[in-house]
Design a protein around this ligand. Structure first.
Ligand code: PLP
Length: 394
């Protein structure tokens, strides 16, 4: 069992205070928020409080701009379908090529069924968006732009407020998948041209199966789930009250600690990166630079088999990831790293470490103490590595 958990972009441990805050809503205060009796009335203030807590972390203007959903995937799907319905005279979508499958797979389905034409905007070797291609793709046919705020694999941050302003200029709606950015960077949505934003609880030490879609006031909205009148008719289905309470408190804790956590976690991540680059030859940071989440390090060890490295790390007590958790299990190189045009001998040796507020100096020391030997042992098994070494010696 790993003792050093560095896979926080996959999911985080629920904060104990969050668990405590949720518990009464399973037992004493179990009411349905729509009920008119006291049991229903007892949960209404908790929902309101949670909505305000999420609003505060987003820096949004109104609490009713927050619509609770079952998580990032539902929010992404809702945003895309809603935007297409809102602009029937437009049928094009502009998305980045490195979106999470929660956006990409919806786009691909819409293309396959002939409902939309999708422009996928590439990135350069640093993971930065091709802004010229972005501008060229925008037109009066664009119904929606969906560009993530931060990438789950590399941590790369896109200039979302500026991209949103450009989308607005052609009359398109702008959605951002902010599942990884929420709670890690300042958002200040009030005044931004962002119409729709997806977030999720389990990436910020909140529970799984809860998230929200931010819908800017005045934006034309079409619900994905139709039924009851919950969430002002924007998301039918009995509210997940304990989940919503947990998401609210997790957002509140993240907001109060945002600056301090950012600085401390970035310090740990930078120590990890500089230590690994110094200790392991032919190592490279994928999608590096400053415009990056403070907690994410995606690093390749040329000619090493990433899956074998991960396995050995796991046995040494360190949990990390070879790419997006959602894609693990398949040996296909990640679409994100492929979009960065990384050479094949580096693609298969990519490892993602993602830290959280629970990460410690000792965690980093343990990786630095174990990984160089693991990479060296793994490379010994690669015929390509033997060739590289012999050409270096010759
Ligand atoms: N979008 C991004 C960028 C993610 O990293 C994830 C989860 O890994 C999702 C969407 C899906 O969120 P959820 O697990 O809440 O459905």
């Amino acid at each position: 069992m790993a003792v050093v958990y560095l896979d926080n972009n996959a999911t985080t441990r629920v904060d104990r205070q969050v668990v405590q805050a949720m518990l009464p809503f399973f037992t004493e205060s179990f009411g349905n928020a729509s009920s008119t009796h006291d049991y229903g009335a007892a949960v209404a203030p908790a929902l309101k409080e949670a909505r305000k807590q999420v609003q505060a972390l987003l820096g949004a203007e109104f609490d009713h701009e927050v619509v609770f959903t079952s998580g990032g995937t539902e929010s992404d799907t809702t945003a895309i379908f809603s935007a297409l319905e809102a602009s029937p005279e437009r049928n094009e979508i502009v998305a980045s090529a490195v979106e999470h499958p929660a956006v990409l797979n919806v786009c691909q389905t819409l293309e396959r069924t002939g409902r939309a034409k999708v422009h996928y905007i590439g990135v350069d070797a640093q993971g930065d968006l091709d802004i010229d291609a972005y501008r060229a793709a925008l037109s009066d046919k664009t119904a929606l732009v969906s560009i993530m705020w931060a990438n789950n694999e590399t941590g790369k941050i896109f200039p979302v407020p500026e991209l949103a302003a450009e989308a607005k200029a052609v009359g398109a709606m702008f959605h951002t998948d902010a599942v990884q950015a929420f709670g890690k960077i300042d958002m200040a949505l009030k005044g931004a041209a962002i119409d729709l934003l997806s977030l999720s609880g389990h990436k910020i030490h909140g529970p799984k199966g809860i998230g929200a879609l931010y819908v800017k006031k005045g934006v034309k909205f079409s619900p994905l789930f139709r039924g009851g009148k919950q969430e002002r008719g924007r998301r039918a289905g009995t509210e997940n009250v304990p989940g919503i309470v947990g998401l609210g408190l997790a957002a509140d804790i993240a907001r109060q600690n945002l600056a301090a956590d950012h600085a401390r976690i970035k310090g740990l991540r930078d120590r990890l990166e500089s230590g690994l680059l110094a200790a392991i030859p032919l190592a490279r940071i994928n999608g590096g630079g400053d415009s990056r989440l403070p907690n994410t390090c995606n690093i390749s060890f040329d000619y090493a088999d990433g899956e074998a490295v991960l396995h050995k790390l796991d046995r040494a007590g360190v949990a990390a990831s070879s790419g997006s958790a959602c894609a693990s299990g398949s040996m296909e190189p990640s679409h994100v790293l492929r979009a960065l045009n990384i050479p094949p001998y580096a693609l298969q040796g990519a490892i993602r470490f993602s830290l959280s507020r629970e990460s410690t100096e000792d965690d980093i020391s343990q990786v630095l103490a174990t990984l160089p030997e693991i990479v060296a042992a793994t490379r010994e098994k690669s015929p390509l590595w033997a060739e590289v070494r012999s050409s270096q010696v010759a």
